[in-house]
Structure formats: C-alpha cells, structure tokens
Design a protein around this ligand. Structure first.
Ligand code: DX5
Ligand code: ZN
Length: 218
C-alpha cells in the first residue's frame, strides 16, 4: 500500500454542462487519476459516456485517464478508447472469455491494463491473471449507476485480494469503485486498497477539491 492512497474522481458525477470546469478542478486538486465510466446499456442497465467525451476530457486534463469499460466485447473498442486518450483501461472479468488475450491487447496499445470484478464474482476468477495486470477494480456497488450505497462485504473481499496479491508478488494495485466516501476510506485502506474512486462524495460536496484532499489524507 502506498503511504497515501491514489484518488480517482469519477466524472460520471460531474456536471456535463460544465465538464471543462470540473476537469480543471481535478487538475488543481490532489487527485491522481481521472476515472471515466463507459456503459453500454447491455452489460449494465445504463448508458454513460462515449468516445467524444473521453476525447474532450483528454483535451483538458493533466492527469492520467483511468477508463472503466462496463461493456460487452471490449476487445472491439479498446483501441478506440486508447486513441481517445485512455492511459489505463479496465475490462470486466464477467464478459471476457479470453481475459489473458484482452489484457495483452490493452498492454500492446501502451496502456496499463486492469480487470474489474462485480460484487458477486469470486476472486478465484482472477487467480491466474494477477501477475499480468496493473490494477484490479473491485466493484463495491453493482455497476451501472453513481451514488449507490457501498456494499459492506467489500472489506473482506479486499482483504482476501490483498493476501492473494502479496502472496504471489504481484504489483497489481487494488482500486475500489462505488460508494466510496470519507466515511469508509480509512477502513478500505486498512483492508489493503491502493486506489479510491469517488464520484458522488466528491462532486456533490460543496467543496470538491477539499473532498479530494480529505480522501487523500485518509
Ligand atoms: C459505477 C461506476 C462508478 C461510479 C462511482 O458503475 O463504475 O465508477 O461512478 O460513483 P460513486 O462514487 O458515486 O458511487
Ligand atoms: Zn467505475
């Protein structure tokens, strides 16, 4: 675990009418990455952002873009997201029958490669990929929407994943996504998390930069 967590504000919760303003707030803040949620209305019951928005964020951000693909057949689209400006791309283990190939494809494009895992999916599904990935995105809500309640069994899952990663000597970072706030950040770090994604707790705050600072100081 790094001495302080990496913080990745999720622009799903930004004001899209003022996207440049919100991205510039992230630039000024202590945030480390910008988390960008891509939803296809099939893997998850919602649509969110697409390529033009990733390009627009890239144009204005000074921070790495952490793209979270909640889509079927991600292999058809990762190159387009790389070209749009993604620095990191995560695909869901639940949709990848050839996950090792998907990870190699992302790396061959020059991106850091991540795997996202839903709340109900066992960590055993990741056992044979942990040495190949740069981060694991542990979903602490069911993917598809912002501002949902954090699922408490995530703590045990993070502890188990931390043990697996450390036992194998993997360098994969553990990222937590969904319902993260100042209330649960310290406990997540104590369980072994490295990266905290935060949408609602940052953007619904009266002072989003301060909210990021508080998460960073957890
Ligand atoms: C959920 C997304 C999350 C979401 C987090 O499907 O993957 O990244 O933006 O938002 P909050 O922090 O509001 O739960
Ligand atoms: Zn996400």
């Amino acid at each position: 675990m790094p001495s302080s967590p990496l913080i990745a504000p999720s622009v799903l919760a930004a004001d899209f009418g003022n996207l440049q303003r919100d991205v510039e707030m992230i630039n000024r803040s202590q945030a480390d990455w910008v988390h960008v949620d891509i939803m296809d209305g099939t893997f998850v019951p919602n649509f969110s952002l697409g390529i033009p928005i990733v390009q627009a964020i890239r144009k204005h951000t000074t921070k790495p873009l952490d793209v979270h693909l909640m889509i079927m057949t991600p292999e058809h689209h990762v190159e387009a997201f790389r070209n749009a400006g993604a620095d990191r791309i995560a695909v869901h283990v639940e949709v990848c029958a050839n996950l090792h190939r998907n990870i190699q494809q992302i790396k061959s494009l020059g991106c850091a490669a991540g795997v996202a895992i839903n709340p109900h999916t066992s960590l055993i599904t990741l056992e044979n990929i942990l040495m190949d990935v740069d981060h694991i995105c542990v979903m602490s809500v069911n993917p598809g929407f912002g501002a949902q309640s954090f699922i408490p069994h995530t703590y045990a899952k993070v502890r188990q994943l931390r043990s697996m990663i450390d036992a194998m000597g993997s360098a994969a970072l553990i990222e937590i996504d969904g319902g993260v706030s100042q209330k649960n950040a310290a406990a997540l770090l104590e369980a072994g998390a490295d990266v905290l994604v935060a949408g609602n707790s940052v953007f619904s705050s009266a002072d989003p930069e301060k909210a990021i600072r508080e998460l960073k100081a957890s």
